[in-house]
Design a protein around this ligand. Structure first.
Ligand SMILES: Nc1ncnc2c1ncn2[C@@H]1O[C@H](COP(=O)(O)OP(=O)(O)OP(=O)(O)O)[C@@H](O)[C@H]1O
Ligand SMILES: CC(=O)C(=O)O
Ligand SMILES: [K+]
Ligand SMILES: [Mg+2]
Length: 483
C-alpha cells in the first residue's frame, strides 16, 4: 500500500479560486480542506464556492472538508470608493470611526470606538504590518495619523494595535451571523479568530446550541493572550491554527517561530490537530516558484510535527493557485520521505487510548503490518495514533460524519464513514471491504486494529487486534500472527 503525502493541505478560497475549474484544480492538486474566510467576500460568495467544493469532491472522489473561518474581533479598514491607494511615508491621513466610503485621505474602520481607545503616539499596523502609522491626534471620530512606513492600502485590510488592549468582544455581530450562516450551509468545522481565552469557545457553542448544529471549533492563535493561555486553549478547543500573519503583528515577529514549535508540540501531546498558517509560499502570489526560504518553511512545519499546512493569499488571490498547491504537496512529500523524525512526545501516554496506540504502532512495525486501523466514535483514538507519525498507512473507521470531517485535518489519516459496528466480526468485515475492495492490500496481509469494547462505546479504547485480511480470525490466529 503506497503511502503518499501525510501532512494535510488547507487552501483559502477567494476571487482567484471561485470558478468550478479552479476549485476542481485545487482538489486534484491535493487540497484536503477548503477554508472559507469570512473576513472577505459576501455570504453569497461563500455559498457559491461551498457548493463548488462539494461538487468537485464528489466528482473526483476525494475527501475535502470545509472550514469556516470567522473574522473575529479584528479591526479593519472600511472600503475605498476608488480602488487601492498608496500611502507614502510622511503622508498624513485620517482613519475615522464614521461609516463612510473612503478616499486616499480619509477612510473608515470597522470599530467605531477606536477613536476613544487610542491616543497620540500609538502605533497602528495595517495589513499584517505592511503599512505602519502613528496617531498624531484624535478629533471626534477622526484619528489623524502619520504614515511612518508607507505602502499600499485597500478594502478591508486589517488594523492591529500591538500595545493597546482594545475592548472588542470575542465574537462580533458579524461573526454571530456568519457562524449561523456557515452552520446552516453545512461547513465541517469552524475557526474562531483572535481567541484570547479558553472560555471563548462557549460563544460558538451557544450559537451551535441555538441553531441545533454542532461542529468542531479550532482556535486561531494570533493574540499574546492566546500564547499565554495556550495549554488551556488547546484543551478547550478541538484544534489550533497557528495564525502567523496576525501573530507576527500582535507579538514581536521574532517570537513567532518558537510559538509555532510550542503550539505544535502541545497539540501533539494533547492529541489535537494543529495547522501552521500564513505566508508559507507567499511569493507564489506573484511568482511561479517559491523562495528557498519558503520551501524550507513548509518543510520545517512538517518536521515540527504539524498536522496541516495552510495557504492563504497564495490560493485566494494569487496568480498560481493550483501550482502553489502542487508545489506545497511536493515539498511535503519529499520532506516526509526523508528519514528525519518529528520530535518525540514529551510524556509517556497513560490513558488507555494513549498507551494502547503506542503499543499498536510498535506491534504493527514489528510484524510488518500493512496498515493501522482505528475504530472511533470521537476521533480521539485515531488522533492518538496520528500524533506518533508512524510510516504505516492510518485508516480511521467511524460512523460519525463530524468525526470524519475533523479528521481531514489530522496527519496521515484516511477516514472511512461506515455503518455503526455491533460485533467484532462486523469490524473485520469492514476492514476487509475497505482494504481489499479498494485494492489497498492483499488477502493474507496483516493490519493492526485498535478499537473499544464493547464495540461502539466512546472512550472505551481497550482492544488491540492483529487481523489477517480476508479471514475472520479468532484470537488464537491473532496470537500466532503476533509471535
Ligand atoms: N474574497 C475576497 N475578496 C476580495 N479580496 C480578497 C478575498 N479573499 C482574500 N482577499 C485579499 O487577499 C488577501 C489575503 O487573503 P487572506 O484570505 O489570507 O486574508 P487575510 O485578511 O490575510 O486573512 P485573516 O483575516 O484570516 O487574517 C486579503 O487581505 C485580501 O486583500
Ligand atoms: C490565518 C490568519 O488569520 C493569520 O495568519 O492571521
Ligand atoms: K478570518
Ligand atoms: Mg488572522
Amino acid at each position: 500500500m503506497a503511502v503518499t503525502r501525510r501532512a494535510k493541505i488547507v487552501c483559502t478560497l477567494g476571487p482567484a479560486t471561485s470558478s468550478p475549474e479552479r476549485i476542481r484544480g485545487l482538489v486534484e492538486a491535493g487540497m484536503d480542506v477548503a477554508r472559507l474566510n469570512f473576513s472577505h467576500g459576501s455570504q453569497a460568495d461563500h455559498e457559491k464556492v461551498f457548493n463548488l467544493v462539494r461538487e468537485a469532491a464528489r466528482t473526483t472522489g476525494r475527501a475535502v472538508a470545509i472550514l469556516g473561518d470567522l473574522q473575529g474581533p479584528k479591526i479593519r479598514l472600511g472600503r475605498f470608493a476608488d480602488g487601492p491607494h498608496e500611502w507614502r511615508t510622511g503622508d498624513s491621513v485620517v482613519i475615522t470611526g464614521e461609516d463612510i466610503l473612503g478616499t486616499r485621505e480619509r477612510v473608515s474602520c470597522t470599530y467605531e470606538k477606536l477613536p476613544f481607545e487610542v491616543k497620540p503616539g500609538d502605533r497602528l499596523l495595517i495589513d499584517d504590518g505592511r503599512v505602519a502609522v502613528e496617531v498624531i491626534e484624535v478629533e471626534g471620530s477622526d484619528i489623524r495619523v502619520l504614515v511612518t512606513e508607507g505602502g499600499p492600502v485597500s478594502n478591508n485590510k486589517g488594523v492591529s494595535l500591538p500595545n493597546v488592549a482594545v475592548s472588542v468582544p470575542a465574537m462580533s455581530e458579524k461573526d454571530t451571523e456568519d457562524l449561523r450562516f456557515a452552520l446552516r450551509l453545512g461547513v465541517d468545522m469552524v475557526a474562531m479568530s483572535f481567541v484570547r481565552s479558553p472560555e471563548d469557545i462557549k460563544l460558538a457553542h451557544n450559537i451551535m446550541q441555538e441553531v441545533g448544529i454542532h461542529r468542531p471549533v479550532m482556535a486561531k492563535v494570533e493574540k499574546p493572550e492566546a500564547v499565554t493561555h495556550l495549554e488551556a486553549i488547546v484543551n478547550a478547543f478541538d484544534g489550533i491554527m497557528v495564525a502567523r500573519g496576525d501573530l507576527g503583528v500582535e507579538l514581536p515577529l521574532d517570537q513567532v517561530p518558537l510559538v509555532q514549535k510550542r503550539a505544535v508540540q502541545l497539540c501533539r501531546e494533547n492529541a489535537k490537530p494543529v495547522i501552521v498558517a500564513t505566508q508559507m509560499l507567499d511569493s507564489m502570489i506573484e511568482n511561479s516558484r517559491p523562495t528557498r526560504a519558503e520551501a524550507s518553511d513548509v518543510a520545517n512545519a512538517v518536521l515540527d510535527g504539524a498536522d496541516a499546512v495552510m495557504l492563504s493569499g497564495e490560493t485566494s488571490v494569487g496568480k498560481y493557485p493550483i501550482l502553489t498547491v502542487s508545489t506545497m504537496g511536493r515539498i511535503v512529500t519529499t520532506t516526509e520521505a526523508g528519514s528525519i523524525a518529528v520530535p518525540r512526545l514529551q510524556h509517556d501516554p497513560r490513558t488507555h487510548g494513549g498507551a494502547l496506540t503506542v503499543a499498536a504502532s510498535q506491534i504493527a512495525k514489528a510484524i510488518g503490518a500493512k496498515a493501522m486501523v482505528a475504530f472511533t466514535q470521537t476521533g480521539d483514538t485515531v488522533r492518538r495514533l496520528s500524533r506518533l507519525h508512524c510510516d504505516l498507512p492510518l485508516l480511521a473507521f467511524t460512523p460519525v460524519p463530524e468525526v470524519r470531517d475533523l479528521l481531514a485535518l489530522s496527519w496521515g489519516v484516511e477516514t472511512f464513514l461506515m455503518p455503526f459496528v455491533e460485533h467484532t466480526d462486523d469490524m473485520f468485515r469492514q476492514v476487509d471491504q475497505a482494504m481489499l475492495g479498494l485494492n489497498r492490500a492483499n488477502p493474507g496481509d496483516l493490519v493492526v486494529i485498535v478499537a473499544g469494547s464493547p464495540v461502539g462505546t466512546p472512550g472505551s479504547t481497550n482492544t488491540l487486534r492483529v487481523h489477517q485480511l480476508g479471514s475472520l480470525v479468532d484470537a488464537a490466529t491473532a496470537a500466532q500472527a503476533l509471535r
